[in-house]
Design a protein around this ligand. Structure first.
Ligand code: ATP
Length: 512
């Protein structure tokens, strides 16, 4: 199965087993908006809980808040989103399709770089152990030609963006002979800036300023509450404020399923530090977050850092943790050293002081901030596309299994009566009643037992407990492990201990 097929299968699996549905599907859906079904909502909640616990519960100097989606409109003026949260868009006149001009150019640059890499790979295979890659990159004429070309386009493009030269952005697209993937033509419109914030009206503000925005990031809810939390929580620097919640962006090109949505959920943490110590904390959070991702057990090659060379105006360091999705390495989480930019901006726009008195230094200052920001939906997609496995078993039969880490599984245990009679369903219900206070448990008696195992494998249930005639005699059951498919006969009273040792969130928390 190639990556494209895998991705298609993951998407249809999500629908078939109640993980994700297209929003308003009966009306043919709403583009780039999705609903989480009965399994998806559980998985998403568990991922969110894992993040929250590893941030808040595991750090005594981090607390969590839940700020409103609507904020005073000046918030977005201060943060820069009203003036600068734009994407350059361009339309193809023949296909009538809209594109992000920056994405068209970046993809073109990536293609040229890929050609250079291919040349290098070929040479590596040809020369074997004696191959000196650094020298080859510096001297091989063809590689040099590709790399120089990519660099030239990149610097021209950066200059155009920095100086808001939209005509120049269009000219780069023309000069690079970039064609529309649908129509194949170079018949492009002008490039325009498009603000990604959704706006709406609020009744209580005066007529001329009643436009408010759906927040495009959760971070600002933390910044404006920073002093409230610091004072009421008696927080001492360094400390963090965490938050999860919905964010909204009117993305121009929404693709790749739940990777890029117009309504999505973020999990963000802003860490407030003494000015001058921010690089130390930036490195600390980079490493801590990478370790957290590795706790999922996907192996060493699935994540990588992408350090930003060009920094946003508010940052003095930034890095993404990229994940190898079925469509390649893409941003999963951002770690940014945001300086004191946001708090200073809010001081300027609100006229309120947002300083912290540092009793050790005996001075007041506006703290610096290191941010970790991850998309919950993107993480959901990463976990699901990694967990989805199509297996051929020893007897030649097929099964689909979701190898999700046990503590994240939507249902932790399915209690299955072998047959739907003779008191077995009632016995199964007794076991459900025993476990349901601590775990999400399911029971079902329809269909042959093998089919029910398969269904539970497909939604990632770690354990199936089968209740049979022997259970009625001696209170033993069989417990089947999702991954090994091995069954073991145990006492009913042992179940709780097995679950505690393997499906509790603490198992995952101890790994990161
Ligand atoms: P991208 O470059 O992919 O648009 P970004 O750099 O704009 O992302 P940030 O503003 O840093 O993203 O947001 C932090 C995190 O929020 C991202 O790492 C990503 O996981 C998530 N995120 C951002 N935009 C979306 C979206 N449209 N749909 C789903 N998740 C998103």
């Amino acid at each position: 199965m190639n990556q494209e097929e895998l991705f298609k299968n993951v998407i249809s699996h999500c629908k078939e087993y109640g993980f994700i549905f297209q929003s308003s599907e009966i009306y043919d859906g709403l583009s780039a908006v999705y609903d989480y079904g009965q399994m998806g909502a559980e998985l998403k909640k568990n991922i969110r809980d894992f993040w929250w616990k590893s941030m808040v519960q595991m750090h005594q100097n981090i607390v969590g808040i839940d700020a409103a989606i609507f904020m005073h409109p000046t918030t977005w003026k201060a943060s820069g989103h009203v003036d600068a949260f734009n994407d350059p868009l361009i339309d193809n006149k023949d296909s009538k399709k809209r594109y992000r001009a920056d994405v068209l150019i970046e993809e073109h640059i990536a293609k040229i770089n890929a050609k250079a890499e291919k040349e290098i790979e070929k040479a590596k295979a040809r020369f074997g152990e004696t191959f000196d890659e650094v020298l080859y990159r510096q001297t091989n004429p063809r590689v040099l030609e590709y790399l120089n070309k990519a660099n030239d386009i990149e610097s021209r493009f950066k200059n155009a963006l920095e100086n808001n030269l939209l005509d120049e952005v269009r000219q780069i697209i023309i000069d690079c002979e970039i064609v529309c993937p649908i129509s194949g033509s170079k018949n492009w419109t002008e490039v325009r800036q498009f603000n990604l914030m959704f706006s709406t009206q609020i009744g209580s503000l005066s007529e001329d300023s009643n436009t408010i925005y759906l927040r495009p990031e959760t971070a600002q809810g933390i910044f404006v509450n920073y002093l409230n939390v610091q004072k009421t929580g008696r927080m001492k620097i360094p400390f963090g404020i965490a938050q999860t919640g919905k964010a909204f962006r009117n993305e121009i090109v929404a693709r790749q399923f739940i990777f890029r949505m117009r309504e999505f959920e973020q999990m963000e943490m802003q860490f407030f530090v003494r000015p001058g110590t921010e690089m130390e904390w930036y490195n600390y959070w980079k490493n801590t977050r990478m370790k957290w991702h590795q706790a999922f057990g996907f192996g060493d090659n699935k994540h990588k850092f992408h350090d930003h060379l060009k920094l946003a105006h508010y940052a003095n360091a930034a890095s993404d943790i990229e994940f190898n999705f079925p469509f390649g390495f893409k941003e999963l989480e951002g770690i940014h050293s945001r300086t004191d930019y946001d708090l200073k901006q809010h001081e300027n726009h609100s006229g309120k002081k947002l300083q912290y008195f540092d009793s050790e230094l005996n001075e007041s200052y506006v703290p610096y901030v290191v941010e970790t920001s991850i998309g919950l939906d993107r993480l959901f997609l990463a976990i699901l596309s990694e967990a989805y496995q199509e297996e051929t078993l020893e007897d030649g039969s097929q099964r689909v299994v979701l190898n999700i880490a046990f503590p994240l599984a939507p249902i932790k245990v399915a209690v299955l009566p072998l047959v739907n009679k003779d008191g077995l369903p009632e016995k199964a219900q007794e076991i459900v009643d025993l476990l349901k206070y601590d775990y999400n448990v399911a029971t079902e008696s329809k269909d042959a037992i093998g089919k029910r195992y398969r269904r539970n494998d497909a939604i990632g249930t770690p354990y199936c407990i089968t209740v049979d005639y022997e259970t009625l005699e001696n209170n033993t059951v069989t417990i089947r492990n999702r991954d090994t498919m091995k069954q073991e006969r145990i006492q009913i009273v042992q179940i709780n201990q097995i679950l505690r040792d393997t499906v509790d969130m603490s198992v995952l928390l101890k790994k990161c």
